[in-house]
Design a protein around this ligand. Structure first.
Ligand code: MG
Length: 160
């Protein structure tokens, strides 16, 4: 078994889309970043890479590389998982927490889980996505940013 942890934060500003786990959530602000700034996909990507000590998302897909400008983070997640998988592991489960004061995310959680499960080719029951506010304090609480923490458990693939 291997465990991995991932964290990410992106700034919230008017005029950008808010994309979480590949799903565009309607809101008057969105996430600023070099890629599509999908903070949830980024944290999960880092958790997967971390579980097998394969570095992090910024090493694999540098934000100085114009190829990743506006990149679909689900494509990056899929590619990172392909690399992790090739070291001989499968996913047991993923758990994640989105810290966002606004918007209310509960109506989107199941759609997000489905999209991530499809991307990683796992069952939706293997992926948990939770959302909470930050009690109006800190950058998330002041609606200046959204952050995500994620953990993943991998197990060695069975031979054959
Ligand atoms: Mg990021």
């Amino acid at each position: 078994m291997r465990i991995g942890q991932g964290y990410d934060l992106h700034r919230l500003e008017a005029g950008y889309p808010l994309i979480l786990g590949g799903i565009t959530v309607p809101h008057d602000k969105g996430m600023v970043g070099h890629s599509d700034a999908d903070v949830l996909s980024h944290a999960i990507t880092d958790a997967l890479l971390g579980a097998v000590a394969l570095g992090n998302i910024g090493l694999l897909f540098p934000d100085t590389d114009p190829a990743y400008k506006g990149a679909d983070s689900l494509v990056l997640l899929k590619e990172a998982w392909r690399r992790v998988q090739s070291t001989g592991y499968t996913i047991v489960n993923i758990d994640s927490t989105i810290v966002a004061q606004q918007p209310k995310l509960n109506p989107y959680i199941d759609t997000i889980r489905l999209r991530l499960a499809e991307t990683l080719e796992i069952a939706v029951e293997q992926i948990s996505v939770k959302a909470k506010t930050n009690e109006k304090v800190g950058p998330e609480g002041r609606e200046e940013a959204i952050s995500v923490q994620a953990v993943v458990l991998l197990q060695e693939s069975l031979p054959g």
